[in-house]
Write a new protein. Sequence first.
Length: 140
Amino acid sequence: MSEPFSVRITVRGYETDVQGHLNQSVYLNYAEHARWSLLQAAGISQAGLVSTGVGPVALETTVRYRRELLAGEEVDVTCVFVWGAGKTFRIEQEVRKTDGTLAAEITGLGGLMDLAERRLVADPGERFRALADDPALFGL
């Protein structure tokens, strides 16, 4: 199995809370950034998705905080799509310090919405495969 897709992010001071560690809501921003970065790397832009009449939707997200992050630290945020049968897929993500320390685990349940019908498409993996220049980044 290949390494998961990953982006490096530097924790910015304005993202920290009164205790000096990364604010809990920012972990979700980092996860979102990694997901969109994966789509871009695979050749799918936001405008490209919309032009084909679909858009990704988050149905459920869980964050498990493991270690604090401080301003100036660099982290690698991974993104792995896990496909099953049906209209949904899982996304598994980790936020790790550059020394390998696990700072957070983020798991989500997502789907791909038909923007005209306002319903999830039946096979999101096949739709991503058709849209992507590099579907292997999605594990397809």
